[in-house]
Design a protein around this ligand. Structure first.
Ligand SMILES: Cc1ncc(COP(=O)(O)O)c(C=O)c1O
Length: 378
C-alpha cells in the first residue's frame, strides 16, 4: 500500500476533482507591505484603505437589537411586517420613492452577501453575461464568477451586450463617487430591458450626496414600472451597522418573491435582533443626518489637504471615497502615501481603468483624518 501523504495524495484525494469559483487573490491581502510601512509611522497608521465605519452604533439601534435578545425560535425569512413597512416609508421619506409594496421588501444579511449571491439566486448561469461598471466594487465580479457567468465591464452609458442576464448599476459609485442622474439611470434601464436583462442598482451610498443629489433607481423620475429592476440597500454606512450585517433588496415584486422563495429553502435569514435594529434605523432619520455631517466634515478636511499636496480629485460628488490621482501609477501613489503613514487602496482593485488613481476612504475618526491632513502638508 502506498502512503497517503505528500502533494500527490492531495492532488488525487477526496475533493481534488472539485472546482470552486476561480477567484483572484483577495485584493486587500496584497497591501501587506504598505500596511507595515504605514504602521511604522511614529504617529501610527491612518488606514483609509477600507470603508469600514468607525463611529458608534447609535444608542437607539443598540437598544432595539438588545430588546429582542430572547429569540429561541427561527426568524422569518421575509422579515417582520414592521421592517418591510419601515423600509417602504424610509425610501419614500428619504428618497421620494413611491409605488413600492411592503411585500416587495426582503431583508438581507448585509449587502455584500446579496451582491455575491444575487446572480445565483436569480438563476444566472454559465454562458450568461453579468455587466458591471468599468470601475466597480469587486464583489459584483465575484458574484458573477460564483454563478459561473462571464463578466463584462461597461463604460458609463455603454449598453450591455447581447447575452446579458444581469446588469449592476452603482450610484453613487464605489470607488469613484460618481453620481448617475435620473436620465442616465432611465437610459440604462431601457438598454438593459432591450437585452432582457435584470437591472440591480446598488444604492448603499444614496444618503451621502455632497456636490450632487443621488437618485434611487425606483424614483418616479427614473421608472414607474419596476419590472426587471431591483434596488439593493445597506444600513452599514448610513446607520453604522456594518457589524450587524443589515440590508434589504426591493423593487420588482416578482423578482423579490423569486429570491424569497429560494431563500426560504436556502436560508441566509437575517437574525431577529438585527431585523429589529434595521426597523429602528429605517424609522429614524436623525442619526442618519448626524452621521452625514461627520463624513461631510472629514471630507472638508481631507479633500483640500490632498489637493494642496498635488492630488487631483475626480468625480467624488457623493459617497465615502475620494478618487484621487497625482498622474502616477496607482501603486507608486499607494507607496508614497504609505511612507507618510497613510494607507489607501490602489484604483486597480476596482478595474484595470483605475491604474492611475487611488481610493481614499473618509471612514476614519476626526483625529485620524486630521493626522492625515497634517502629514500631507509636511
Ligand atoms: C458599492 C458597495 N456595495 C455593497 C457594499 C457592501 O456593504 P455591506 O455588506 O456592509 O452592506 C459595499 C461596501 O463597502 C460597497 O461599497
Amino acid at each position: 500500500m502506498s502512503s497517503a501523504s505528500g502533494p500527490d495524495a492531495i492532488a488525487s484525494g477526496p475533493g481534488s476533482g472539485l472546482r470552486g469559483p476561480q477567484l483572484s487573490d483577495f485584493p486587500w491581502d496584497s497591501l501587506a507591505r504598505q500596511t507595515a510601512t504605514a504602521q511604522s509611522h511614529p504617529d501610527g497608521i491612518v488606514n483609509l484603505s477600507v470603508g469600514t465605519p468607525v463611529d458608534p452604533v447609535p444608542a437607539n439601534l443598540q437598544r432595539a437589537l438588545s430588546a429582542v435578545a430572547d429569540q429561541p425560535g427561527y426568524p422569518a425569512t421575509h422579515g417582520t411586517p414592521q421592517l418591510r413597512e419601515a423600509a417602504v416609508a424610509a425610501l419614500r421619506r428619504r428618497h421620494g420613492v413611491s409605488g413600492l409594496e411592503p411585500d416587495a421588501v426582503l431583508p438581507t444579511i448585509g449587502s455584500k452577501e446579496l451582491v455575491a449571491w444575487l446572480p445565483t439566486l436569480l438563476g444566472v448561469r454559465a454562458g450568461d453575461i453579468v455587466a458591471i461598471p468599468e470601475l466597480a466594487y469587486p464583489t459584483y465580479e465575484v458574484g458573477a464568477k460564483i454563478a459561473g457567468a462571464e463578466v463584462v465591464r461597461l463604460a458609463p452609458g455603454e449598453p450591455p451586450p447581447a447575452g446579458t442576464a444581469l446588469q449592476w448599476l452603482n450610484s453613487p459609485s464605489n470607488p469613484t463617487g460618481q453620481v448617475l442622474d435620473a436620465q442616465q439611470l432611465a437610459d440604462s434601464i431601457r438598454a438593459a430591458r432591450e437585452r432582457g436583462a435584470v437591472v440591480a442598482s446598488d444604492e448603499c451610498y444614496l444618503a451621502l450626496g455632497w456636490d450632487a443629489e443621488p437618485v434611487s433607481v425606483l424614483h418616479p423620475s427614473v421608472c414607474s414600472d419596476f419590472r426587471g429592476v431591483l434596488a439593493v440597500h445597506s444600513l452599514s454606512k448610513s446607520s453604522n451597522l456594518a457589524g450587524y450585517r443589515a440590508g434589504f433588496v426591493t423593487g420588482d415584486p416578482e423578482l423579490v418573491s423569486r429570491v424569497l422563495e429560494v431563500r426560504k429553502h436556502a436560508g441566509m435569514i437575517v437574525p431577529r435582533p438585527v431585523q429589529e435594529a434595521i426597523t429602528a434605523a429605517l424609522s429614524d432619520d436623525v442619526h442618519v443626518g448626524v452621521q452625514r455631517e461627520l463624513y461631510a466634515a472629514r471630507r472638508a478636511v481631507l479633500r483640500p489637504a490632498l489637493e494642496a499636496a498635488g492630488f487631483r480629485i475626480d468625480h467624488s460628488q457623493a459617497g465615502l471615497y475620494l478618487w484621487a490621482t497625482r498622474g502616477d501609477d496607482a501603486w507608486q501613489t499607494v507607496d508614497w502615501l504609505a511612507r507618510r503613514g497613510i494607507l489607501v487602496a490602489p484604483g486597480t482593485f476596482y478595474g484595470p481603468g483605475g491604474d492611475r488613481h487611488v481610493r481614499i476612504a473618509l471612514t476614519a475618526t476626526d483625529e485620524r483624518i486630521a493626522a492625515a491632513a497634517k502629514r500631507l502638508g509636511e
